[in-house]
Structure formats: C-alpha cells, structure tokens
Design a protein around this ligand. Structure first.
Ligand code: SF4
Ligand code: SF4
Length: 294
C-alpha cells in the first residue's frame, strides 16, 4: 500500500509539479517565530515545498528589450496566483483524503498583511509568513546563490514556490549537497548599477548547509530599469530580480556551463545585452564574456 509520501510524489508528477521537497519540524527549530511555518500550525510535523518552473521563454521579451509585460502576467500573476495555487490546493486534497490536516501557504512577504498585535503574549503577531528561501534549503530543493536567490539543480533561479504545512509525518528530503552557483561573479559584473558586490559576502547557514551570499544594495535594485520588477505586494519590499540583467546573465552562464539540468537546444543570450543606467540612459555593460559574436 502506498504511503502518503508516495501518493504525494505520484500525484505531483501527474499534475505537472516540477519541484517537491519535504522537511520535518526539527529543521525549523532555529527559525524566528514570525517566519516559522509552525507558528501557523504548531501541531504540524512536516513542511512541503512545491515549485513550478518559470518558462525560459517568458524572459525572452525582456532579454530582447521588446516586451516587459508577458513575464509579469505569466510568471508572477499566472504562476503564483493560478497555476501553483491550483496545484497546492489539489495536494492539500490528497492529504485531507488521507486524514491529514494540510495548511496551504502563499508566498507573501511578512510585512504585507501584518497587523502588529498579538492575540496573546506567547504568540507572534499576525500575519506570520514563512521564510521561503529558508524553506527551499530546508526541504532540500535548492540553495541560496551569491546573488541572494533560490537556485534549484533543474532550473537555477527559474521557479516559484507554494508551501503546505501538514501534521502528516513524512520522511524529509536530503539537504542538497551539490553546489549550483559557482561564485563566478558574472551577476556582479553585469549589474550596471554596481548593486552586487563581487568580494563582500555573508555566510548563510541553513540546516548545516553553508552558502556565500553577496552584499547586495537592494535600494539600487529598486531603481533598476534592466528588467527588475517592483515587489507586487509592498513597495518597500525587495524587487523581483529574476528577469533583471544580473540574473539573465547568470542564467546564460548556468546553462553554458551545464550547472543546471534544464538545457536548451539554443543558448539563451542571442545578441549583445542591453543595459540602462539608473536614469534610464543607455549604458555599455561590463559583462561581455557570454555574448556571442553574431
Ligand atoms: S552569476 Fe555566477 S556568482 Fe552570480 S549567482 Fe550566477 S553562478 Fe552565482
Ligand atoms: S536588479 Fe538591477 S540593480 Fe539589482 S543587481 Fe540586478 S541588474 Fe543590478
């Protein structure tokens, strides 16, 4: 007879979930209450992280500098609000059919719906929203890169996640041992605003996995006109940098060096990259290593 983990894996494959990882409660022991999934469901035992890829083609219009809106429609609103929401809901149904409570969690930044007043002295204020970067490492699906983003072995930075907290006891996935980001510094070289340091970093440790994360000036990223998208929930939040020049340059590098598994027939970068300075003026970019000669 199938156990619940086998059922979840089989169903996820069937409905097209690209990434699935499991972490037990002990992996969140050190996490502050306001970012801890088990503040939401203290009787829970397992965190499940499910992810779907950001299609490489949704970055094409931004790479060419000719279409910025399709990325947002498909990979922000479509992926997070519809495709993943439906899959997350369907997985909770599998758990409920087996008799387990399953709490679906949307990837909001904590600040968005904060009410600031605890309902009792021993509880964090609503709304607790779990740290998805932490959860990605804790569930074994990925790492945090030099550029401060979640990378998975399949897609690098090209995915988004939803989460489920359940009281089912599920065997945790192993923490990812392999490195994806090779600390090449091309993201820093490519940034026209100098927002990513090439030398200064902090070592982030999650569940025993140590990762170097660069010092990043997010106030510059908030003004970036090279494909960065403002945080859609809160204007003061970190912008979405997946389509920004730093990360598109990284994407080209990861594929070219076979550091990710999802490799394409034709390379991503097809022509000289464009770059704008902080005022939106044309700027020659320093990172030319991956530019092909046409
Ligand atoms: S460009 Fe290089 S250093 Fe930067 S995130 Fe990608 S792999 Fe890591
Ligand atoms: S989002 Fe823009 S400013 Fe920030 S690191 Fe990337 S290219 Fe630089």
């Amino acid at each position: 007879m199938e156990n619940i983990k086998q059922k979840l894996i089989a169903f996820s494959k069937k409905i097209g979930i690209d990434i699935l990882g499991f972490a037990d409660k002990s992996r969140f022991r050190e996490v502050e209450a306001k970012y801890n999934p088990f503040s939401i469901f203290p009787e829970g035992n397992t965190v499940i992280l499910l992810g779907k890829r950001i299609c490489r083609g949704t970055l094409r219009g931004i790479e060419e500098g000719t279409n910025f809106s399709d990325y947002q429609f498909f990979t922000r609103h479509g992926l997070e609000d519809h495709f993943l929401t439906t899959d997350c809901y369907d997985l909770t149904r599998i758990l409920e059919d087996d008799g387990w409570e399953a709490v679906p969690i949307f990837p909001n930044p904590t600040e968005v719906f904060a009410q600031g007043v605890s309902v009792s002295e021993d509880r964090p204020a609503p709304n607790v929203h779990p740290d998805f970067n932490y959860a990605a490492v804790a569930t074994g699906v990925g790492e945090i890169s030099w550029s401060g983003m979640v990378f998975t072995p399949e897609f690098g930075s090209r995915q988004r996640f939803h989460m489920i907290i359940t009281d089912a006891l599920i065997e945790p996935s192993p923490i990812l041992e392999d490195k994806i980001c090779d600390e090449c510094g091309k993201c820093a070289d490519a940034c026209p605003l100098g927002a990513i340091s090439k030398t200064e970093y902090e070592t982030v440790e999650i569940c025993g996995k140590k990762m170097k994360v660069a010092r990043i000036d997010y106030s510059l990223c908030a003004k970036c006109k090279n494909g960065a998208v403002p945080n859609r929930f809160i204007t003061s939040g970190k912008p979405d940098r997946i389509a920004a020049l730093c990360n598109r340059t990284c994407l080209q590098h990861l594929e070219k060096e076979s550091l990710v598994k999802n490799i394409f027939e034709n390379q991503f970068r097809q022509s000289k990259e464009w770059a704008l300075d902080i005022n939106g003026n044309y700027k020659k970019n320093a990172g030319e290593d991956d530019v092909i000669n046409l």
